[in-house]
Design a protein around this ligand. Structure first.
Ligand code: ADP
Length: 217
């Protein structure tokens, strides 16, 4: 279903979020205080506008309150990012995601009601580290300090076995959420579904258990 997103701040992060959302077929309003940044995104957004994210009047006139999701991607200017987030929450926008610069910024954003706080460099660093230490891990999402979702290549030892045979939840305390086979993906697989070599498993669990599972193969 088509969703409506507004992205405020068109640095490297804001531009890549806007472009990707637009490519995925969603409506994107891209806003920056700097006209040259706005010109860069004209062809990769539904609408684009020059505007100051900390100015309530401007935001209202751009119809920001009609958006279900707003992403605040104002970079270095922590004060502007914080004020913009506060205004958006005061205007009643349901889902405000904000790029944080550091730990203090994160704490303030949390207090004023940001719905999701993103640390792109930190998250990307984590993901890359996971790839580096284990060539089996294909992708990695950190859910909390303890829990993650990983995509991992199915070990050869599982080839042609059903989930019931493998009994992974009992053995490792982790859950297989999906099985990718080429372009197909089997979401919430059944006990009698089989795993084959070259499948990719999407697994959720405690990091220690996931590590134990990776190391067991
Ligand atoms: P990144 O690290 O993602 O490249 P930057 O700090 O380079 O982030 O970019 C942030 C963007 O936010 C810049 O394009 C800047 O013009 C924009 N910006 C800064 N303050 C405001 C504001 N008050 N309203 C809207 N956009 C802003």
């Amino acid at each position: 279903m088509k969703k409506q997103f507004a992205v405020i701040g068109l640095g490297r992060f804001g531009i890549s979020v806007s472009t990707e959302l637009y490519k995925l077929g969603h409506d994107v309003l891209a806003i920056d205080i700097n006209e040259s940044k706005v010109n860069e995104i004209v062809n990769d957004s539904t609408h684009s506008a020059v505007g100051d994210g900390t100015d309530e009047k401007t935001m209202r006139s751009l119809g920001i309150t009609n958006f279900d999701h707003v992403i605040v991607a104002i970079g270095d200017d922590i004060q502007a990012s914080t004020l913009c987030t506060l205004l958006l929450k005061e205007m009643g926008i349901d889902s405000v995601w904000v790029k944080a610069q550091n730990y203090y910024h994160h704490k303030v954003l949390d207090k004023i009601g940001a719905d999701k706080i993103i640390h792109p460099e930190h998250d990307m660093g984590n993901r890359i580290a996971q790839h580096l230490v284990s060539e089996k891990v294909i992708d990695y999402i950190e859910l909390s300090d303890d829990f993650s979702i990983v995509e991992i290549a199915a070990p050869r030892s599982m080839d042609n076995h059903t989930l019931m045979d493998l009994n992974i939840r009992a053995q490792f305390g982790i859950t297989i959420l999906g099985i990718k086979r080429g372009k197909d993906i089997n979401i919430s697989p059944m006990a009698d579904d089989k795993i084959f070599e070259n499948d990719v498993l999407i697994v959720i669990g405690h990091k220690n258990d996931l590590k134990r599972f990776e190391d067991s193969n």
